[in-house]
Design a protein. Structure first.
Length: 332
């Protein structure tokens, strides 16, 4: 046969080899997976993806806050990215939340699901929601003016000096609030939040700084459920989250709230916790005692009377205070 010739047989082997290499290239490189990028998320409520970072460009997609994208390339103030449907385009870097920051924001949101809001309010103007209580921390969202928020924690931090700025006479501190705004959570400068005190107790906030209010329980007044409140005030020093508490109970005969309990000179920290123990309203305060120890002071509301139940070491404990030896009946 003609193919028995050694030269022709060698030619056939070479042809088969070249064909195999071509197929490998086609299926390997020619059909390679799309390049993988870094995960990021859209920051503003709406952002346009363009076909080019040039001054004259066309929009190819409109994305919403929180949408996931892949960053394929960074070029000065721009990023080339791929959106969920596979299209690619360009967007300004300021419109992106980096993946780790976004995940931290989601973690904060999950943590707040287990906590009680200390107050509610709204943004006094446009406000930046950040992953940490710091002006240079990554942005999680840009809140519009009058955005409703729930306040969970407060942190007072020294403001770092501006580079090249003249030295100040003393440190300047910023108060930050950890808030939830709809499906977003993060830190906002406290001065950008205005608290919305319930109208029924708003007059009790006159000439004082009411910083928190929580519902202890509700009482029935002619078929209407009326809340009874624990409120916290900060008097004088900004160092602590609150320095005084008051309990307001409902007097149905006169159709008004009355002050059932007051305690001052506290060194308190959020969160204040409210709950039920054996059907009785209880609340717990995280405070620093006179010796500098962190403790929780526990109280119960029996009808309209507030009674201290004792204290527990540490701020994270869920334990209840020990009942005095020889006490009878259930802990109320």
């Amino acid at each position: 046969m003609g193919w028995s010739n050694p030269i022709r047989r060698k030619f056939l082997i070479m042809a088969i080899g070249i064909g195999a290499l071509g197929a490998a290239y086609y299926f390997g490189r020619g059909r390679a997976r799309p390049e993988m990028g870094e995960v990021a998320y859209i920051l503003p409520e709406s952002a346009t993806v363009s076909d080019s970072p040039a001054e004259i460009r066309l929009g190819v997609a409109t994305l919403r806050h929180g949408e996931r994208v892949e960053v394929l390339e960074r070029r000065r103030h721009w990023a080339r990215l791929r959106v969920a449907d596979g299209r690619t385009g360009w967007i300004e870097l300021v419109h992106l939340i980096e993946g780790p920051a976004y995940q931290k924001g989601q973690q904060l949101l999950k943590e707040l699901e287990k906590e009680q809001a200390q107050a509610v309010g709204h943004t006094a103007g446009a406000a930046n929601l950040r992953v940490e209580p710091a002006r240079e921390a990554p942005l999680l969202a840009q809140l519009d003016a009058s955005q409703s928020v729930q306040v969970f924690r407060r942190r007072l931090l020294e403001r770092p000096p501006r580079p090249g700025a003249p030295p100040l006479a003393g440190p300047i501190h910023d108060a930050w609030y950890l808030v939830r705004a709809d499906s977003r959570a993060g830190w906002v400068l406290g001065r950008l939040i205005e608290l919305d005190i319930p109208e029924a107790i708003a007059h009790y906030a006159q000439s004082t700084n009411m910083v928190a209010w929580l519902t202890l329980n509700t009482v029935d007044d002619r078929g209407r459920a009326v809340p009874q409140y624990l409120v916290a005030d900060r008097m004088g020093t900004p160092e602590y989250d609150f320095t005084r508490i008051r309990v307001f109970t409902w007097w149905s005969t006169r159709q008004e709230y009355v002050t059932a309990y007051v305690e001052s000179n506290l060194k308190g920290s959020f969160p204040i916790r409210v709950g039920q123990v054996e059907g009785v309203p209880h609340f717990r305060l995280r405070v620093v005692d006179r010796s500098g120890r962190k403790i929780q002071k526990v109280y119960r509301l029996v009808d309209t009377i507030v009674r201290p139940a004792g204290s527990v070491d540490g701020w994270e404990s869920e334990a209840m205070p020990e009942r005095p030896a020889g006490s009878r009946g259930t802990r109320r």
